[in-house]
Design a protein around this ligand. Structure first.
Ligand SMILES: [Ca+2]
Ligand SMILES: [Ca+2]
Ligand SMILES: [Ca+2]
Ligand SMILES: [Ca+2]
Length: 376
């Protein structure tokens, strides 16, 4: 996958270079097609594909075989079958409102990746004519879903994988390999605008809609702005997706549902190092006071210098390490005033009570514009 993306970057570069050399009588490259026009054509092709192909087999391991319905055949098309109801995800990208079709063969039992996380997945890609252009041969590989990563996969993957969940690892095999069970498995039918678009490869013609069958084995949460808060906890509306909307070419008029921007400065929380815009970095705000690391008042308060998002329990699988972090990122303190005779202020703060570190749904201090108090 990675090499395709790289190829695409090279192609863009060559278009630029060639158009700069126009006056030297070199051949002029055709500009990229209009995304909306191309999507209309792709959608027709994909719907036709779904109505003229059928699911021949889905194995116990969720390996799917799709074949063209032969002339006169009575097989029920992917479009009409009801065993795996056709799903649609609405996607806004390059100012196009896409409707992406996909099938859920198995939802999975673990966690769903955010569209900026790293996943371990296997895949098989085919063109609409059924030709396979690539495959991981059933083996899991690591992929970056985040579209701005230099290692990123195509945008369509970032849109569809979050609809699935990871599996459960089996005990490691004799050679140390890890296999999974109960993983998410599906098929996505991507318009070219969410795949390689005008960038082709030896195996993928330009402007090809693509079909990927895939399995989602595992994931790794990432912290793209390095502020100590994982992307998944910076997805404020909790829909499983975050977008860097500063790219106004790609997202000229994004719907409100794509925004996760606490301070409204146009920088989404997952790439904003001061999420509430109060002048204190998030990293600073989620740093534990030094007297709260280790043993505090006879209670083990964790060894991390930073609060986790929520309290963390000890992991029973690591008997020699105590991972306990009983305090998550606190909310603005709600305990007694230092001096009850005076109003709350920067010099007369309230004290923290235990629930300030654990209450469900609390507004954590790095997202609370009223705390710390503004500096005068
Ligand atoms: Ca972060
Ligand atoms: Ca922001
Ligand atoms: Ca942030
Ligand atoms: Ca802040």
């Amino acid at each position: 996958m990675n090499k395709f993306k790289y190829y695409f970057v090279l192609l863009i570069a060559s278009i630029t270079i060639i158009s700069c050399n126009k006056d030297k009588d070199e051949p002029e490259q055709v500009p990229l097609r209009d995304y909306k026009v191309q999507y209309a054509a792709d959608k027709d092709s994909i719907v036709k594909y779904l109505k003229t192909n059928y699911i021949k087999e889905v194995t116990a391991n969720f390996d799917i075989t799709i074949e063209k319905i032969p002339a006169g055949g009575t097989q029920v098309s992917i479009w009409d079958q009801t065993t795996y109801p056709l799903q649609i995800r609405k996607v806004y990208n390059n100012d196009v409102d896409y409707e992406v079709y996909y099938l859920i063969l198995n939802k999975g039992v673990g966690q769903s990746p955010l569209n900026s996380d790293r996943i371990n997945a296997s895949y098989r890609g085919t063109l609409l004519n059924g030709t396979q252009f690539d495959s991981s041969y059933g083996l899991g590989r690591s992929f970056e879903l985040y579209m701005n990563s230099s290692q990123a996969v195509i945008d369509g993957w970032g849109e569809i994988f979050p609809q699935f969940k990871t599996g459960t690892p089996n005990a490691a095999g004799p050679d140390g390999t890890i296999t999974y069970k109960d993983y998410g498995a599906g098929v996505m039918f991507l318009p070219s605008g969410l795949a390689y678009y005008g960038g082709g490869t030896d195996n993928i013609p330009a402007y090809s809609p693509l079909v990927f069958s895939f399995k989602l084995f595992d994931l790794q949460r990432l912290d793209h702005d390095g502020d100590g808060v994982l992307d998944v906890n910076e997805d404020i509306n909790g829909d499983g997706y975050v977008y860097d909307l500063r790219n106004t070419t790609k997202f000229p008029t994004p719907p409100a549902t794509m925004k996760d921007d606490t301070d409204g400065d146009g920088i989404a929380d997952f790439v904003d190092t001061d999420d509430d815009g109060d002048g204190f970095s998030t990293y600073y705000e989620v740093t534990k006071p030094t007297n709260q690391v280790g043993w505090v008042d006879g209670v083990f308060n964790g060894l991390s210098t930073y609060y986790p998002w929520d309290p963390v329990a000890d992991n029973p699988n690591t008997p020699n390490t105590d991972e306990t972090e009983p305090r998550g990122i606190p909310r603005r303190p709600t305990g007694a005033l230092a001096n009850p005779a005076l109003p709350e202020s920067i010099t007369n703060p309230k004290s923290y009570v235990p629930a300030d570190y654990t209450a469900a749904g609390r507004l954590r201090i790095h997202l609370d514009k009223t705390y710390p108090f503004p500096r005068k």
